[in-house]
Design a protein around this ligand. Sequence first.
Ligand SMILES: C[S@@+](CC[C@H](N)C(=O)[O-])C[C@H]1O[C@@H](n2cnc3c(N)ncnc32)[C@H](O)[C@@H]1O
Ligand code: SF4
Length: 456
Amino acid sequence: MTLTPPDFESELISTYAHPVPRYTSYPTAPHFGADIGAGHYALWLEEIDPASTLSLYVHIPYCDTLCWFCGCHTKITRRYDPVARYLPALMAELRQVHDRVPAGTRVKSIHWGGGSPTLLEPADIRRLASEIRNHFEVTRETEFAIEIDPRGLDRPRIQALGDAGVTRASIGVQDFDPVVQAAINRHQSFDETQQAVQWLRDVGIDSINIDAMYGLPHQTRDAVSATMEQVIALDPDRIALFGYAHVPWMKRHQSMIDETVLPDAVERYRQSQLAAGLLVEAGYRQVGMDHFAKETDGLSRARDRGTLRRNFQGYTCDTADALIGFGASAISCLPQGYCQNETAISKYRDCVEGGGLATVKGVRVGADDTVRRWVIERIMCDFVFSRRALRERHGGLGAGVLEDARRMERFERDNLIESTDDGFRVTERGRPFVRAICAHFDAYLKPAAAGHSTGV
Ligand SMILES: C[S@@+](CC[C@H](N)C(=O)[O-])C[C@H]1O[C@@H](n2cnc3c(N)ncnc32)[C@H](O)[C@@H]1O
Ligand code: SF4
């Protein structure tokens, strides 16, 4: 039977839109276990090579209102005292980690995420930034990115970010349509967003990223198209376009979203394709599966050089050798493995203020994991699998992966990949399904893995 194009599209989506990880780590977070704890983390920090480079992630798990779609680790507070009480814990953790990391290890990048780090008062923004500089080797070349909720943002906070040395701002937008905004409990006007962008540029923070989403309740292609036009008008350097991950069994508040008005898998696919097309038409280049960047942006250049990386924040040009996460729920990625901090804020505070580290779970990265992690990251970033590169990098350790790479017929048959002289390349058609292709190399994944979001 010959399928007409729309049927073919639906067929492809029903085959590949099954739940798969986002591969921001490998092994992925559901495989972290309590057998890895603070003792391992302390040792792994001490074993860091002082010639290597660090990336520091600081998590601020607070927001002042709850967006019903939110998949981040955050707590809603209308008062500042919980935030004020959280800061000394962060400072304590900075000290504990500093005491273990070999002196002189250079910091390549800093990222404050959340939650909403812009909830911090200006004096606290300056204090936290200077504590980081007091404890770690931050240089003039260090990139400093922060996630920003533009709603209610004011000039003193932005001035504090400028004074703190922030170089890049990542602004949450999602969708500007009022009907969508009502359905996700996030009311945000274009004007206040534009004002925030202008203020950031006024203090010299001119590397701007915008987060947008598709697959939201009541979202239509018209809404996506209008939002993209407005996003383009803000002239950001980068856009991250995320598909809404609806996981109410993990994020209970998402059950406030009416599932009957969520776009289905085919509509999600069309929305993502439409948004991607508009961004490319406006001069942005697609980087990885869900980022778009101006040609001059570091992310674009990393794509061209083959140095694009993937970490918990998504695609990045940060090439640091180790990532150290601070704060409740923060994850560190060290050469030996991943460590995750206590998620409950009060328990996190008790651990670090008691003089210890707050690691409660993690996973050691074994030899096979190291190879698969590299293969999955290269496919996610370059859309290429090369036997030659695998052999050069991992020698004989790649035997299992090579075996898996021999069984790719279904992807080839569906035109998601095409053979090259020493492996395969993901086709244009295959790019939206790259997570499913990576899942083929995931040794931990059982069929029909529960707990992940839809693959498109
Ligand atoms: C920590 S927030 C960004 C900063 C700030 N809190 C804000 O919302 O403006 C990180 C981003 O993750 C994305 N995000 C949050 N929940 C999501 C979900 N369930 N599915 C997909 N993306 C999500 C949103 O695009 C959001 O801007
Ligand atoms: S999307 Fe951002 S502002 Fe909204 S609840 Fe989540 S972290 Fe907070």
